[in-house]
Design a protein around this ligand. Structure first.
Ligand SMILES: CCCCC/C=C\C/C=C\CCCCCCCC(=O)SCCNC(=O)CCNC(=O)[C@H](O)C(C)(C)COP(=O)(O)OP(=O)(O)OC[C@H]1O[C@@H](n2cnc3c(N)ncnc32)[C@H](O)[C@@H]1OP(=O)(O)O
Ligand SMILES: CCCCCCCCCCCCCCCCCC(=O)OC[C@@H](O)COP(=O)(O)O
Length: 378
């Protein structure tokens, strides 16, 4: 094991990285709260400020992936579409198989300059994840309970709010609704069978309601759907723990730009369109399994320095007082102060472990483990 790899795997490094993340995150969350009085007075300015504040948190995780773990992200897409990425509003559809797929998504957002404004339809439980969930509240993330009876109104309302959003954004939708597991796959294929739909090998059956309501409410604002299919080389199963340990992965992302105008307005046709899209995505995954690459030319966007600069800024601001405190504690700290400091460190490390746990598929929800049935309300 090289020296650098050994250093990256040391607990003390993780402690320092997490300390910077936690304290800077809390500072940013506090600043976001301070923008509350601005919302009724100058909503667009409050939104722009919150984009930049949010960037301070999410870009730290991007820096961890790009600069700490050195993970490489390759983009397969056609050059004409490439020119438009980051310059228009788009709905991004992504497969949901990996624990760090959201992080790879963030990396691409950063490379095209839309990380601060990026949006997602996220399960409500994530709103309570400290720092990230609180940050999302101010970034106008669309939360859903995955109960259509309740979501149909709240989701539509949150989407409508984005109609006058002042900056270009990407809206991410994991149409499968949950992470891929063998059990969830088996059950969703039973649903596919009862609906007379072809079976998918690499995806769960997409949930169409969220997609249709998104297209319906963002029409006029969003110009395209980016159909994105992600995979990792050498059958890697990347984890956030691995990234924190400095493990390098290689992500391949295939993106097709589909003009929003070509998506049917009628709900049933829109749902059928999404099912066809997933059948195509499944073929791309199959090709990747067979050949190790996606179709189309490689057009990788360069890694930008801002995520690293942001991390260095927070690290230099927060690590200095941390070291002064540690030295003072070591030389002159009373036993109760030392015990209290150790307790705070243990508490923070438990909190970070819990947050990392939110990304782990093994600890995922039971959503999709059963065939859900819905009262017909529409
Ligand atoms: C290019 C790089 C990427 C750029 C990235 C850009 C931005 C990044 C930004 C942020 C990154 C952060 C990432 C955070 C990740 C968080 C992600 C999540 O939380 S995913 C989970 C939440 N999201 C979703 O669920 C979205 C998809 N879901 C839907 O659309 C749902 O329809 C719904 C709106 C949530 C409602 O769900 P509900 O279950 O109540 O209703 P459904 O209509 O979907 O379900 C009933 C329907 O489904 C059939 N059914 C029943 N059982 C199953 C089953 N097991 N599998 C499949 N289908 C099933 C059932 O027969 C009903 O069918 P029908 O509609 O025909 O009656
Ligand atoms: C510099 C960085 C320091 C790193 C310190 C560690 C910080 C940890 C931060 C954790 C961030 C939490 C963001 C949660 C995003 C999880 C996305 C996700 O994939 O959610 C799952 C849902 O889609 C579906 O849920 P399931 O039904 O599969 O269950």
């Amino acid at each position: 094991m090289g020296l650098l790899r050994w250093i990256k795997s040391q607990f003390i490094c993780h402690l320092l990285i997490c300390y910077v993340f936690l304290v800077s995150g809390l500072v940013v969350n506090l600043l976001q709260i301070c923008t509350l009085p601005l919302w009724p007075v100058h909503k667009q300015l409050a939104r722009k400020i919150n984009c930049r504040l949010g960037y301070c948190i999410s870009s730290q995780m991007v820096a961890l992936l790009e600069w700490w773990s050195g993970t490489e992200c390759t983009l397969y897409t056609d050059p004409e579409s490439y020119r438009l990425y980051g310059k228009e509003n788009a709905i991004v559809i992504l497969n949901h198989n990996f624990e760090i797929d959201f992080l790879c998504g963030w990396t691409f957002c950063d490379r095209f300059g839309v990380l601060g404004t990026s949006k997602v339809m996220a399960k409500k439980e994530l709103a309570f994840v400290p720092l990230i969930g609180w940050m999302w509240y101010f970034q106008e993330i669309v939360f859903c309970k995955r109960k259509w009876e309740e979501d149909r109104r709240t989701v539509a309302r949150s989407l409508q709010n984005l109609q006058d959003y002042p900056e270009d954004f990407w809206f991410l939708l994991f149409c499968e609704g949950t992470r891929f597991t063998e059990k969830k796959h088996q059950i969703s294929m039973q649903v596919a069978e009862t609906k007379g739909l072809p079976k998918l090998r690499h995806h769960l059956l997409p949930r169409t309601k969220g997609f249709c309501v998104t297209v319906q409410n963002l029409r006029g604002k969003v110009t395209a759907v980016y159909d994105s299919t992600l995979n990792f080389r050498n059958n890697e199963t990347p984890t956030l723990r691995g990234v924190l340990n400095g493990k390098k992965y290689h992500a391949d992302l295939y993106v097709r730009r589909i003009p929003l105008d070509s998506i049917p307005e009628d709900e049933a046709e829109c749902a059928a369109w999404l099912h066809r899209l997933y059948q195509e995505k499944d073929k791309f995954q199959e090709q990747y399994m067979q050949t190790g690459h996606f179709p189309g030319p490689v057009k990788s966007p360069p890694c930008r320095p801002w995520a690293l600069i942001n991390w260095l800024f927070w690290a230099s601001l927060l690590l200095y007082p941390f070291f002064i405190l540690a030295v003072q504690l070591f030389y002159a700290g009373s036993t109760p102060t030392i015990v209290a400091t150790i307790a705070v460190c243990i508490g923070a490390s438990v909190a970070v472990r819990w947050m990392i746990g939110q990304t782990e598929i093994d600890r995922g929800s039971s959503y999709g483990n059963r065939k859900s049935t819905r009262k017909k309300t529409d």
